[in-house]
Write a protein of this length. Structure first.
Ligand code: SPQ
Length: 441
């Protein structure tokens, strides 16, 4: 099915969420498992891999560079690593679809190879800012061409020697941090990145898991170039960003009681739990363990009466992908919710501030977009309506969840990209109690 087909979701109003659900594997960890497994010496077995279009694009890109990869088969992927210098020039541009993570991380990794590559993506990815990675990479000695607007296609000239830099991130971004660290593996000397605020640290944890020394001192993380990676097994936990839809759904729909199994609760990803708790949500963390250097737990959520809050800015990077569905929580919460310091939302798969404000307005919710966030006066009944997701998976799923409290059907256009991060969303949401289905386009 081509991405240009208008997949339409229709969600009927009402219902509640119940039972035990395991959402698919973490997208961020799945990408990184393919990348590091490919560059390792030996065979890496990944279980719980996300079979979504984004991580599959990364998998295909490494196959195109000569890496032998078996699967995925029910979340199991076996990567026959080629070592740090074993990738081969692809015969065509690498198509990374809708995935910012794939493009930005691979840009760093490929800047250090001995061959040229071109990275392309879909219309959304081709409009997202790439100078944020190509500028620091140029400081390291890389040669990468973008369009005049600083977007993909990215043309990476291989064979350029890289040297380590000390880089202070201008925005809190795990993708920029990871890009520079991955280039740093190929650089002469030491590469250090300073974060303005903590961002997801899966790259650092996984590098350490593959036996690569990563030094962390407060906000600074450093690697020394020239090392190697040792294959290891990776158990990918369920993605907290996908679990978030059910966490909000269960919170807002009366009579709900749902348990989300084996969810990654890395402290750089748990802003959703903290924000919902501050809004009055009933969330229990059960059976916490650690798998492959990542904390994992079951998360039980029961419905509760939410109230509006001022979202602490320090939590923004720790919940950055959860704001579409958090805005739905705010629409159902008594009182006003204010988000500030989240301008990054404007450069995701869509402008998530404007697209959410427009969608909420279509339902009659009192929501005002601001340059760096949103003000939502919640707690009043809202209607059904027709929503344009602008091809953004998280917007589409957020409005499906909104139906739990809507006065009528919510019809959502342009939902094909739900497959990038959560391919069985309709099935799992249906099993849990949300009346959502795909209707003829
Ligand atoms: O990969 P992509 O398209 O950038 O995906 C998103 C998402 O909502 O799925 C963002 F649009 O997640 C990013 C996240 O926002 C995944 C990510 C990572 O794996 O390192 C980091 C975050 O992006 P950033 O720009 O803040 O570093």
């Amino acid at each position: 099915m081509s991405h240009h087909d208008n997949i339409i979701f229709q969600a009927r109003p009402g219902g509640r969420l119940q039972g035990r659900v395991r959402v698919p594997g973490d997208k961020s960890i799945s990408h990184r498992a393919i990348m590091l497994g490919a560059l390792a010496e030996g065979t890496t077995t990944v279980t719980g891999f996300l079979e979504g279009e984004d991580s599959l694009a990364t998998l295909q890109a490494f196959r195109d560079m000569g890496v032998d990869i078996d699967g995925p088969d029910a979340g199991r992927v076996v990567i026959h690593g080629v070592g740090m210098r074993g990738l081969r020039a692809p015969s065509a541009p690498l198509d990374l679809g809708n995935s910012g993570t794939a493009m930005r991380l691979m840009c760093g990794l490929l800047a250090g190879q001995g061959f040229d590559t071109t990275l392309v993506g879909d219309a959304s990815l081709s409009s997202r800012p790439m100078k944020r990675v190509t500028d620091p990479l140029a400081q390291m000695g890389a040669v990468i061409d973008t369009t005049a607007g600083g977007t993909a296609p990215l043309r990476i000239t291989g064979g350029k020697p890289l040297h380590g830099i000390d880089y202070r991130l201008p925005v809190a971004s795990a993708q920029i941090k990871s890009c520079i660290l991955l280039a740093g593996l190929y650089a002469e000397g030491r590469t250090c990145v300073t974060e303005p605020a903590p961002t997801r640290d899966h790259t650092e944890r996984m590098l350490a898991g593959f036996g690569y020394r990563v030094e962390r001192d407060g906000a600074i993380v450093c690697v020394e170039g020239g090392g190697s990676l040792r294959a290891c097994d990776i158990d990918v936990p369920a993605d907290i960003s996908s679990a978030a839809f059910f966490m909000v759904g269960a919170s807002i729909a009366e009579g709900s009681d749902i348990t989300l199994e084996h969810v990654g609760i890395n402290p750089t990803r748990t802003g959703i739990i903290e924000i919902l708790r501050q809004m009055g949500a009933d969330i229990e963390i059960l059976d916490q363990t650690e798998v492959g250097g990542e904390p994992v737990a079951d998360i039980r959520v029961r419905s509760s009466r939410l109230h509006g809050i001022e979202i602490p800015e320090a939590l923004v990077p720790l919940a950055i992908d959860e704001f579409p569905v958090l805005f739905v929580a705010a629409a159902c919460a008594e009182g006003t919710t204010v988000l500030r310091g989240a301008e990054e939302l404007r450069v995701k798969e869509s402008d998530r501030i404007q697209v959410m404000a427009d969608g909420l307005a279509a339902l009659g919710v009192d929501a005002t977009a601001t340059p760096d966030g949103m003000v939502i006066r919640g707690g009043r009944a809202y209607a059904g309506g027709r929503i344009d997701s602008h091809g953004d998976h998280r917007i589409a799923m957020a409005f499906a969840i909104a139906a739990l409290r809507a006065g009528g059907d919510i019809t959502i256009d342009d939902c094909a990209n739900v497959n990038t991060s959560f391919p069985n969303f309709l099935e799992l949401a249906g099993m849990a109690g949300l009346a959502v289905s795909q209707v003829a386009s």
